[in-house]
Write a new protein. Structure first.
Length: 280
């Protein structure tokens, strides 16, 4: 596995691949790799491509300084996993990648970023947008892989590809991977105790209850179901940031039946913020 730490060397690497008409699969991460990341790598193996992974904990997408400073770093284990899964190249940029970013600013946010994490994490998606644009320009991927746990982020990636890359990048969206308790995998889960993880497994249980009752009785019951779910989760010492029922394409409220709807939730347990979602 090639390990590249500067943008200049990465550009040289990409130019050489392009000369050989080699297709590129790209999986951007912030490290602390888990089975969710591995599922993206496994999916990338279906394409006959060079597989590039980046690891960069992007400071400008953190609205909470403590969250950034406590983000888990497991570089040695990450390297072992990437080698084991036959990644061709690891890009390990420094904060220098954030130099000369003026042309990458998100001047006008799409409306779907005004809710959920976009509402509760100021400037988060501006930071995601910036680093994704910079990485896409450097790597020039043919395929990119993102997990649907971060659903709102995936919509942003789709928007970026349509607006700036003329749909020439293939976005491969992968299903959420869960642990034995049903908790959606996240690098932040490493900061939870086993007791916290068992408690947090009730997140998906409550979403499934809402889905079942919504399918049976309609969306008009959602406000009552929402209150019941929040009360149930608060008994496990969770603070509920949001719990919403929105359309899957534009993240808007809808009263037009159960078609094209998803549940979205964010909670905080033991100072760790967790998100999840579920299709109706």
């Amino acid at each position: 596995m090639d390990i590249i730490t500067t943008s200049t060397k990465l550009v040289d690497y990409i130019v050489n691949l392009k000369k050989q008409d080699t297709k590129i699969s790209f999986i951007p991460t912030m490290g602390s790799l888990h089975e969710g990341h591995i599922s993206l790598i496994t999916r990338a193996k279906k394409e006959n491509t060079k597989k590039i992974v980046s690891i960069f904990v992007n400071p400008i997408q953190f609205n909470n300084k403590n969250d950034y400073e406590s983000y888990p770093i497991t570089m040695e284990k990450d390297l072992e996993k990437l080698i084991k899964h036959d990644i061709d190249c690891l890009f390990l940029p420094t904060k220098d990648i954030l130099n000369k970013i003026e042309g990458y600013r998100l001047n006008k946010k799409p409306d779907f970023l005004d809710c959920l994490c976009g509402k509760f994490r100021p400037n988060h998606f501006e930071g995601v947008y910036l680093i994704v644009r910079k990485l896409f320009d450097l790597v020039e991927p043919d395929y990119v892989y993102f997990g649907d746990k971060d659903y709102q982020q995936t919509l942003l990636i789709k928007y970026i590809i349509e607006k700036f890359y003329n749909n020439q990048i293939n976005l491969i969206r992968c299903e959420t991977v869960r642990d034995e308790f049903g908790l959606a995998l996240s690098s932040r889960n490493s900061r939870l105790s086993n007791e916290d993880k068992k408690s947090a497994s009730n997140i998906i249980k409550e979403l499934k209850i809402i889905r079942e009752k919504t399918l049976s009785h309609g969306v008009n019951l959602f406000n009552d179901l929402r209150k019941e779910a929040i009360t149930a989760l608060e008994k496990f010492n969770m603070k509920i940031e949001y719990l919403e029922l929105l359309t899957s394409d534009k993240l808007e409220k809808s009263n037009n039946g159960n078609h094209n709807l998803m549940l979205f939730i964010a909670v905080v347990i033991s100072d760790v913020r967790l998100i999840d979602n579920l299709k109706i």
